[in-house]
Design a protein around this ligand. Structure first.
Ligand code: BTN
Length: 227
């Protein structure tokens, strides 16, 4: 698979989208630094040099599977990171170490009917050593005390994604629940104009968070915090 390597770009998502029709088949864009990267809900994503910033483009992508595919990618990353650190999933798809975010996934798609092109963006704070104020995050380097090899990590993650993409949903949801950072814990859920403090229980087969005070869809929760 073709890997396009960039020193600096606004966002690997935007670059991948711009070149998508010029590249045959699936491909990967990886940048050393992003100057205008985005996370879910258009939030900013801090992407200095040192981190692993990637967009994996899948042509002939089933756009109805955006939700479950996002989860599959998050589990792939968690699986690889767990070779080095104790990484868990904070619903819906943050990868955390001791409640500090180490990686996030953003899946966007361009549709042509039922199928389209999937732009799987993921960032891993590998060798990032400090974060702007207000961001509760960590990096592999901060946790391990030494640098990690971004190329090797990328290879391992892409390899895992291939395997997880063909797994069935039941297995995916079971693995998510086995590695859920918030199970049986109090969480603060924030929506557009509401906030609730509940005990999280598990994630159901539709990917919803089941809590003691209700069942929440991924789309309605804009932020989840652990007090
Ligand atoms: C999130 O947790 O909100 C998702 C973060 C996704 C960040 C990655 S870094 C590579 C790709 N390019 C972007 O602009 N965003 C994604």
């Amino acid at each position: 698979m073709q890997v396009i390597r960039l020193e600096r770009v606004t966002s690997t998502q935007d670059f991948a989208e711009a070149v998508s029709e010029m590249v045959d088949g699936d491909f990967v864009v990886v940048a050393q630094e992003q100057t205008k990267a985005r996370g879910r809900y258009g939030r900013e994503w801090y992407s200095p040099r040192g981190g692993l910033w990637v967009t994996y483009v899948i042509k002939n992508f089933n756009v109805e599977e955006i939700g479950i595919s996002t989860l599959k990618v998050a589990l792939s990353i968690r699986n690889v990171l767990s070779r080095y650190v104790n990484a868990k999933i904070r619903w819906p798809n943050d990868i955390v170490i001791n409640d500090k975010k180490v990686s996030g996934v953003l899946l966007e798609a361009i549709t042509m009917g039922e199928r389209g092109t999937g732009f799987i963006g993921f960032g891993v704070n590998t060798n990032v050593t400090s974060f702007p104020q207000g961001i509760v995050a960590t990096s592999l380097k901060l946790e391990l005390g030494h640098e990690v090899d971004n190329d090797s990590l990328l290879e391992q993650i892409l390899d895992k994604i291939g395997g997880y993409m063909v797994r069935d949903t039941d297995r995916i949801v079971a693995e998510l629940n086995e590695n859920l950072s918030i199970a049986e814990r109090e969480v603060i859920l924030k929506g557009k104009d509401w906030e609730k403090r509940c005990t999280a229980l598990f994630v159901d087969k539709l990917g919803r968070l089941v809590t003691e005070c209700g069942i929440f869809e991924v789309e309605e929760v804009l932020r989840l915090e652990t007090p």
